[in-house]
Write a protein that binds this ligand. Sequence first.
Ligand code: CA
Length: 231
Amino acid sequence: MDDDLLTVLVVEDEESILLALEECLLQAGYHVETRKTGRDALEVAQQHRPDAVLLDVMLPGMSGFEVCRQMRAKGLTMPVIMLTARSEEFDKLQGFEVGADDYVTKPFSMDELLARLKAVLRRGRLQQKAGRKYQFADVEIDLDSRAMTRAGAFVELTRTEFDLLVYFIENEGKALSRDLVMNDVWGMEYLGTQRSLDSFVANLRKKIEVDPHRPVHIQTVHGVGYKFSLR
Ligand code: CA
């Protein structure tokens, strides 16, 4: 196996879709692992640490949402793209709440999927600038190890949460529109809604604010979006 190849874990119980995804990813130059159940997927994610996971929502037994939630609970932070058969906003929001980075709705084109995958993988590499740390209140962020501690204790952030937090810090004091944030953090490929950004912000607030309902760091600017404050 070539060490430079990025590994994508595909979790999908429908054989035809699984094979199509595997073929497409192999042709695009990825190394591919495939699994058909959530339980197997969790095991592979923990043992092999794939670079990204494509995760079907409707799996027999454990749902894709539950798989994603458990991955995050185990400290696995690689990007996860949910494959959902339903397009309801509820599903998307639930996906973001359990820590997914993006989603595609079936039927999706392979081009669209590859673009999303490239985007989530690229975002993680963007922030790998050397030797920098950020600190505010009792929060410390190490850009090299992509780790966050709060009052000295390690706090798990997903890749997207980390990128979003660093983006806020680097734009401290500016009122940022939701469109601008989504464009800068997710890139032009992102088709999510403003409410999905709000879900990420809600997750981040739980991790960095003393009182997530009265945030002092990630403030809401009504009619605009958000403003980050170091105070
Ligand atoms: Ca399925």
